[in-house]
Design a protein around this ligand. Structure first.
Ligand code: K1U
Ligand code: ZN
Length: 173
């Protein structure tokens, strides 16, 4: 397994709509392993393929926070929200592509998501709580959308400028 570099906003790859996965290849399985390892190491609770520069509709997540519970690594290919609740939830979101910036985002509190697994089989599951927030945040990444796109323009610009500064500093180091 290889740790992948996480792309930092602003970057055109984070604004693109990703391509559907048509075949589960050994390379795709390797990417899934790499993404899970990269997510756990960050640490994070989710990661979408475009965040590591791969423009495929694939995400990984594990929202188990309790240390006494077993981890639940999930890999979702071509995920789609098939139902969302009218009830909404506000969660202070972060993003591994926008380090150390957090903001409240309102989303449906519960969603049903269908996807293909790494065996090529269709799956469907109902998500609530942090899992629902995370899966929606990750599906947004596959559609070129970031959590800051839900914020007022001024706040979004402020965060973008901070990230431009961070990238300049990292390039110099
Ligand atoms: O997609 C990403 O950038 C990952 C992101 C997912 C996410 C966080 C919060 C709400 C929705 C989606 C992260 O994992 S940011 C890091 C984070 O939230 C976290 C890190 C360690 C422990 C617990 C949470
Ligand atoms: Zn993110």
């Amino acid at each position: 397994m290889t740790l992948r570099n996480i792309i930092i906003h602003p970057d055109p790859r984070l604004k693109k709509v990703c391509d559907p996965v048509t075949e589960v290849t050994p390379e795709l399985r390797r990417l899934a392993d790499d993404m899970l390892q990269t997510m756990y190491e960050a640490p994070g609770i989710g990661l979408a393929a475009p965040q590591v520069g791969e423009m495929a509709r694939m995400l990984v997540m594990d929202c188990v926070k309790e240390e006494d519970k077993p981890p639940r690594p999930m890999v979702l290919l071509n995920p789609e929200v098939t139902w969302s609740s009218d009830e909404t939830n506000v969660y202070e979101e972060g993003c591994l592509s926008i380090p150390e910036q957090y903001a409240d985002v309102e989303r449906p509190a519960e969603v049903t998501v269908s996807w293909m697994d790494l065996d090529g089989k269709p799956q469907e599951e109902h998500f609530s709580g942090l899992w629902a927030t995370c899966v929606q945040h990750e599906i947004d990444h596959l559609n070129g959308k970031l959590f800051i796109d839900y914020l007022k323009p001024l706040k979004r610009q402020m965060i973008t400028r901070k990230m431009q500064k961070l990238k300049r500093e990292r390039a110099r180091a």
